[in-house]
Ligand binder design. Structure first.
Ligand SMILES: [Zn+2]
Ligand SMILES: [Zn+2]
Length: 78
């Protein structure tokens, strides 16, 4: 076992895949062919779960919050 790697690195030849070519899908389990040694390995992106971001809809204007921040000033006026 290699554990969690900081980059998508081929376990055979240690070639590191560029970030933009890496697999990023959460819960993905993708077979990747290394473009250096042409061997196939499987990558599973791991993310640390930090909890939920909750968004609410303003009762006054119907505007939704974004990243937990209110977008309108209804509350200040009321
Ligand atoms: Zn390789
Ligand atoms: Zn509002």
């Amino acid at each position: 076992m290699y554990g969690v790697m900081k980059g998508q690195i081929c376990p055979y030849c240690k070639h590191e895949v560029e970030n933009y070519e890496s697999v990023w899908d959460f819960e993905a389990e993708e077979e990747v062919e290394c473009d250096h040694c042409n061997k196939v390995y499987v990558v599973k992106p791991q993310y640390k779960f930090e909890g939920w971001l909750i968004e609410e809809q303003c009762e006054g204007c119907g505007e939704w919050t974004e990243d937990g921040m209110k977008l309108c000033d209804c509350e200040e006026e009321g």
